[in-house]
Design a protein around this ligand. Structure first.
Ligand SMILES: Nc1ncnc2c1ncn2[C@@H]1O[C@H](COP(=O)(O)OP(=O)(O)OP(=O)(O)O)[C@@H](O)[C@H]1O
Ligand SMILES: [Mg+2]
Length: 229
């Protein structure tokens, strides 16, 4: 589904990723973990084409997409929810969803499906997104990504800084999406939550994958040490 090979990127002359390889098989949920500043967001931005790759390749469903623009990747079936809650604060919740639906030229049913994943947004449809709590805005940001009916959903720290009751809702939503067959590439800082959700893990340190495997393979002291602040 998604294959990242020897990927390198960075900002100007500062290189951040030093040859990252990872794979998301169809229907799998892969979690990228690592301390702050190791390059998780940089990796997702490069996978999505927000940042150019300076070396290596990204392949989606067998097609080399390394040079495609972000919106072209969205059209192919990838959706990205960046770190923080990315919404249009002045637009209503419904307006936020409609903007994406129109850009994706999707059917109205796609909007209903996204709201089924986050039913708590339904009573808030007329509310300006900027008036919602951080947790509800994060749900809206994920719902917007779902409106494009992706086959791969990329989430950057969707539970970061969010109140526990809504973290539970977001975890349940990701679990349901995964169970329905959606492939997911997730950056998540809470190890317990990641262990409950993910099929496989990749642990980044200083711009490289230092460990990868299943939950069983990754339990133990070494992983805690790699994630400790
Ligand atoms: N826009 C930017 N310009 C220059 N350097 C940047 C930029 N964004 C990030 N960096 C640097 O790149 C490195 C990796 O940052 P990145 O945001 O990918 O880390 P991260 O693993 O996502 O961290 P966090 O867990 O805090 O989200 C850091 O050293 C950071 O300071
Ligand atoms: Mg980050």
């Amino acid at each position: 589904m998604l294959s990242v090979q020897d990927l390198e990127s960075g900002y100007g002359r500062a290189r951040v990723l030093f040859g990252v390889s990872l794979q998301v098989d169809p229907g799998r949920l892969v979690c990228v973990m690592g301390r702050t500043g190791v390059g998780k967001t940089t990796l997702l931005n490069t996978v999505m084409g927000v940042l150019p790759a300076t070396a290596g390749s990204v392949t989606f469903e067998g097609r080399d997409i390394t040079r495609l623009k972000p919106h072209e990747r969205v059209r192919l079936g990838m959706a990205y929810v960046p770190q923080g809650h990315d919404t249009f604060p002045q637009l209503s919740v419904l307006g936020n969803l409609l903007v994406t639906l129109e850009a994706a030229k999707g059917p109205k049913e796609a909007l209903d499906e996204a709201l089924e994943i986050f039913p708590r947004l339904k009573p808030l449809l007329k509310r300006p997104a900027g008036f919602l709590s951080g947790g509800r805005q994060q749900q809206l940001a994920i719902a917007r990504a779902l409106v494009t009916r992706p086959r791969l959903l990329i989430l950057d720290a969707p539970t970061e800084g969010i109140q526990p009751s809504i973290v539970i809702e977001i975890e349940e939503a990701i679990d349901r999406l995964h169970a329905s067959g959606l492939s997911v590439l997730l950056v998540e800082q809470y190890l317990d939550l990641a262990l409950r959700l993910a099929d496989r893990f990749a642990i980044l340190d200083a711009g490289q994958v230092v460990r990868a495997g299943t939950a069983e393979e990754l339990r133990g002291g070494e992983v805690s040490r790699l994630l400790a602040v």
